[in-house]
Design a binder for this molecule. Structure first.
Ligand SMILES: [Zn+2]
Length: 131
């Protein structure tokens, strides 16, 4: 995602970048990379949940729908990855970069504090043996 923190944090390193307009284009790009590329590591970042929770609250129904889209895309990408690299030892990970809370002054979703809502996040890993 253009100008998102994840788009900027790895700049000036000897890695390939693919900056996309939004989440659907990210998914298309990663599927293409899985078909045509040969990378040791791929990071895909989705933005819609974060955008919508800043505009409302973290558990607003439309925000939760965005989260479900992220999960569906993760499933799509993970399935394609596991198919492509079935013969290799491999890892997939779902790694939120932060949690969320409701800012008491705005009443809207936010992050970036040291509160447990913002920093205690669950990561999910799949570790597979090739063969
Ligand atoms: Zn944010």
């Amino acid at each position: 995602m253009k100008n998102s923190s994840i788009d900027l944090v790895f700049r000036n390193r000897l890695i390939d970048y693919y900056t996309e307009e939004y989440d659907p284009q990210v998914e298309v790009r990663v599927l293409k990379i899985l078909e045509e590329g040969d990378y040791d590591f791929i990071l895909a970042y989705h933005q819609e949940y974060d955008d919508l929770m800043h505009a409302s609250t973290p558990r607003d129904p439309k925000v939760l729908d965005a989260f479900r889209k992220h999960l569906a895309s993760f499933e799509t990408l993970t399935s394609a990855f596991n198919k492509r690299f079935a013969s290799s030892n491999r890892v997939v990970a779902f790694t939120p970069d932060h949690g969320t809370h409701i800012d008491p002054t705005t009443g809207k979703g936010a992050h970036g504090t040291d509160s447990s809502d913002d920093v205690d996040v669950r990561h999910f890993w799949g570790v597979y043996r090739g063969g």
